[in-house]
Design a protein around this ligand. Structure first.
Ligand SMILES: [Zn+2]
Ligand SMILES: [Zn+2]
Length: 171
């Protein structure tokens, strides 16, 4: 298991142009809000692999990790966990313009915690659900349809306009 790291100083690797290094780091990620619900990453940090390559005048970086998210299923609200795999890249080439400048790199100090959080947010599925088959909640009474009787249903309220129409015809 790697060392818990929020800011990583690339300079201390003393890489020369064309050299690279692979590092295993523990990166704190914490919790976040998603779709109005609160999700946490189990153990609050992830085991990440950081590949650092020193290019001619800058750095090429790759960050990979898997995160176990815990929080409510967006359909039935029961606890759900979901594993998200993250594979992100950054290139920092001083003088190469905005496209080639990483927002997570200040000089040679890499804000790996901020990068990991943003990369995780981008890798999230559109919904976090307990299982693909989750049937959600009954829209009428709110009962969990995964555990409700298979024939769970409600009598349809007759439309009051039809009732009025029937009365009209009787006259
Ligand atoms: Zn569910
Ligand atoms: Zn119901």
């Amino acid at each position: 298991m790697g060392q818990r790291t929020e800011i990583f100083d690339l300079g201390r690797l003393s890489l020369t142009s064309g050299e690279g290094r692979r590092l295993e780091l523990q990166v704190p990620v914490g919790g976040f809000e998603f779709g109005g619900q609160r999700y946490v990453v189990r153990e609050d940090s992830v085991d990440a692999v950081l590949d650092v390559a020193h290019t001619t005048s800058g750095y090429s970086l790759r960050l990979r990790f898997g995160a176990d998210l815990e929080g409510p299923c967006m359909r039935c609200l029961e606890p759900a966990d979901h594993e998200v795999m993250v594979d992100a890249r950054e290139i920092d080439q001083p003088g190469g313009g905005e496209e080639l400048s990483s927002p997570y790199l200040d000089g040679e100090e890499l804000d790996i915690a901020a990068w990991a959080r943003d990369a995780l947010a981008l890798a999230l599925p559109t919904q976090i659900i307990c299982t693909d088959e989750c049937r959600g909640l009954c829209p009428v009474c709110g009962e969990n349809l995964n555990t409700a009787a298979p024939d769970h249903a409600h009598e349809r309220e007759p439309d009051p306009r039809w009732a009025a129409l029937r009365e009209l015809r009787l006259e």
